[in-house]
Design a protein around this ligand. Sequence first.
Ligand SMILES: [Zn+2]
Ligand SMILES: [Zn+2]
Length: 195
Amino acid sequence: MTTLDSRAPFVLDTHEIARRPGTQREFTYSAKAPAGMGVDMLGVPEGSDVDLDLRLESVMEGILLTGTASVHTSGECVRCLQEIDGEVTVDLQELYVYDDEGEEDDIARLQGDLLDLEPVLRDAVVLALPHNPLCAPDCPGLCAECGARLADDPEHTHGEAVDPRWSALSQLKQGNDRPAGGTDQTGRESGPNEE
Ligand SMILES: [Zn+2]
Ligand SMILES: [Zn+2]
């Protein structure tokens, strides 16, 4: 177990209420988001503001933390890759048990009077973020033929006719594919190519 640093932004000192069941403390503050908080396509930018509104209540076994955290999110739409930015507010709730209470390993524990908010915040944010974020619920994605973003161009169609830009390109390509010689003045030697 790592030792908590009381000056770290998500470490809270509960000495005012620890071991005094029935007492509580409410407070708000902002801290900078740690790295790597979020899911693949959407996350909380490192260093962005996390706004916390917290209540710590002293209970028999430890300290009950409840409250909310508001975070900025940034990522990409999974269908059209457009950047998406937003905000999400998550509920936090965790009972931090005194380090000399009980035997369980998989519970949150105080270290002395200190508790670490960061794992609880991380879990709450990951649960709240969509794993397949979209720029809009009905994002039509990208054109399978040309990669255009369909939301920008809802009438987009290729149909039978080839887009004039592509038709010009294909004519160019045919021109380049003509065998050397004739009107080709580039000086390339015709004959077998080493390939
Ligand atoms: Zn999209
Ligand atoms: Zn297209």
